[in-house]
Write a protein that binds this ligand. Structure first.
Ligand code: AHG
Ligand code: MN
Ligand code: MN
Length: 337
């Protein structure tokens, strides 16, 4: 086995915080998130051996059927983060309302939002899934935050990350000064810095979209995908490749490693249900946009920068176009045309 010298996520966080004059409290706050992701990773690895596959028999606020692991991951995330005194409240894709810190624990100064299990349609078929989270400051003098306290634009995030439970488990984090990737060494139970300063290549010829929704898209996105399909003979003058895992975390991780464009655009089917898109602004689009921008990419709805949007409700959904700068800019231009 090859020896490696990578530093642990804990060491990297503490060193970064020291360099920026921080107290260390924030690194400790992340510790609970890291522990939650390790526990979820362990459950994902064991799968049916520990009986975590299959349906829960319930549905969430958005009317989606919940998988057993959606619920277990949600409980795990809360259980590992609520006790430590860093958070004043939480909001999760799987819970209708804001979660308040139980009275027996101290209340902290941060808010955390999360998608405990992203890509849950993939869990039973042994394909990659993930966890996404975002940390915001709790407004001053608020001990019991309400929904309004969470409705902050993505530009206010102070940290965002995802954990990908793939062929390896990886944590990818930003605190607003670049993006770093850490791989879980399951033998020692620690994330090790393996992908420092991740950057999304500026150009790409790989797109990621659920083509089965094509008839519901707006004209600019239809035009864009048609250009891609025409390849060398079309307006773009190059051949494109397509990938769709159907776990946003896995599709976005590919963008961070080798570039690409990821779209879950506005579609008339979602609009009919008064939703602008499928992906959730607070739990999915904002944290991933923060990471994508920090890695040099762009993240837009097609018409505006995602992180500039002030959410109007906790479970709001929006269209998403993100990834390699040149390609996303081209899609934005098509929306303007
Ligand atoms: P979740 O499992 O948290 O509900 O998210 C699933 C999302 C996202 O991860 C993925 O990109 C998309 O839904 C897949 O949608 P399709 O089923 O339309 O492919
Ligand atoms: Mn999700
Ligand atoms: Mn989910």
């Amino acid at each position: 086995m090859r020896l490696y010298k990578g530093k642990s996520l804990t060491q990297h966080l503490i060193e970064n915080q020291r360099a920026n004059g921080g107290s260390g409290a924030f690194s400790a706050a992340l510790n609970g998130v890291i522990m939650a992701c390790k526990r979820i990773s362990s459950l994902v690895d064991k799968g049916e051996l520990v009986g975590v596959l299959g349906e829960a028999g319930s549905s969430n606020i958005q009317g989606e059927d919940q998988k057993l692991l959606d619920i277990i991951s949600n409980e795990t995330f809360i259980g590992q983060t609520e006790w430590a005194g860093y958070f004043a409240g939480m909001a999760s894709e799987e819970m209708e309302d804001v979660y308040h810190i139980p009275a027996e624990y101290p209340v902290g100064k941060y808010l955390i939002t999360f998608d405990p299990l992203d890509g849950s349609s993939n869990i039973d078929v042994n394909v990659s899934v993930g966890t996404i989270f975002s940390i915001l400051r709790c407004p001053e003098n608020i001990e019991r935050p309400t929904t309004a306290d969470f409705l902050q634009p993505g530009t206010k995030q102070i940290c965002a990350g995802y954990c990908l439970y793939g062929s390896a488990t990886m944590m990818v984090l930003t605190m607003g000064n670049g993006v770093n990737g850490y791989t879980l060494d399951k033998d020692i139970g620690a994330f090790i810095l393996t992908h420092p300063d991740m950057k999304i290549p500026e150009s790409t010829n790989e797109f990621s979209i659920n083509m089965s929704n094509m008839r519901h898209w707006e004209k600019p996105v239809k035009k864009y995908i048609n250009e891609c399909l025409q390849g060398k003979e079309g307006a773009r003058g190059k051949d494109f490749n397509m990938r769709w895992v159907a776990s946003m975390v896995a599709d976005v991780h590919r963008l961070l490693v080798r570039g690409g464009i990821f779209l879950y655009p506005y579609d008339a089917k979602a609009a009919a249900k008064e939703m602008g898109g499928k992906l959730r602004l607070i739990y999915e689009a904002n944290p991933i946009s923060f990471i994508v921008e920090q890695a040099g990419g762009l993240a837009s709805t097609g018409r505006e920068r995602i992180m500039d949007i002030t959410p109007s409700e906790l479970h709001q959904r929006i269209p998403v176009v993100m990834g390699s700068r040149e390609e996303v800019q081209h899609v934005i231009n098509l929306h303007r045309a």
